[in-house]
Design a protein around this ligand. Sequence first.
Ligand SMILES: NC(=O)c1ccc[n+]([C@@H]2O[C@H](COP(=O)([O-])OP(=O)(O)OC[C@H]3O[C@@H](n4cnc5c(N)ncnc54)[C@H](O)[C@@H]3O)[C@@H](O)[C@H]2O)c1
Length: 252
Amino acid sequence: MIRIGLIGCGNIGHIIAKYQDKFEILALFDIVPEKSRELAEISGGVAYDDFGAFISSEFDIVVEAASIKAVRLFGELVLEHNKDLVIMSVGALSDKAFLALLTETARKNQRKIFIPSGAIMGLDNIKAGQISGIDRLLLRTTKSPESLGLEATERKLLFSGKSNECIKEFPKNVNVSVALGLAAGTDADVELWVDPGVDRNIHEIFIEGKFGDAYIKVRNVPSPDNAATSYLAALSILTLLRNLENPLVIGT
Ligand SMILES: NC(=O)c1ccc[n+]([C@@H]2O[C@H](COP(=O)([O-])OP(=O)(O)OC[C@H]3O[C@@H](n4cnc5c(N)ncnc54)[C@H](O)[C@@H]3O)[C@@H](O)[C@H]2O)c1
């Protein structure tokens, strides 16, 4: 049974806690102590108010489901305490210097950093781009005003440019663009649209390279407790955790 330490006890944290089967949550930490205490009661784990006590407790892997800031604050410490790290707020890795620091720390401590597929599909074979190169990589994301936390009466382009710029403006909405870039080995172009006519988080991915070309469209149901987060993102972390100890590895 994989033993988890959870950073972030919000929407994704609750979904993880509900589906404990091949893994169990032993320790919880949240910047809002009431949230970790509440989820500790539901999950059976122990809530810690102090990060040092949390990270020194016994478990194998940290699941970060908190924020970009949390990854920046705690990522290195997690790896230095000999725990593997699953990062949901992958936007933190758009900073190349931080990415290099984190991967080097993982290497030094013989630990792994896992990036779940999150709210998109196709991260597996986009990695072929690291070998053959990718000529075009565009993510077009369309969300409702509610998902983006703004008001809009008509479809409007909010951002067009590189993913490392977009994530600065919309840290809770385009984590997947950074994951795409990490997989492909090249920064993704991003278009972010707000559309009052949609009730799903829509991600369209356009890729062209030596392999040919692909178009992937994912129409995600927003999570009931956080419209910015697609339910699929929470499912992707569950499947990652459930398969960590499975000898049969599919689609990496
Ligand atoms: N990779 C993807 O495809 C993808 C998809 C959806 C969401 N996300 C990201 O996953 C993260 C969690 O999503 P969610 O829907 O559960 O969010 P949420 O807002 O419902 O919950 C986040 C929780 O983390 C806590 N938190 C925030 N900053 C913290 C910090 N510095 N230290 C400790 N706790 C902290 C908050 O108090 C809250 O309880 C977000 O950063 C979100 O952007 C990634």
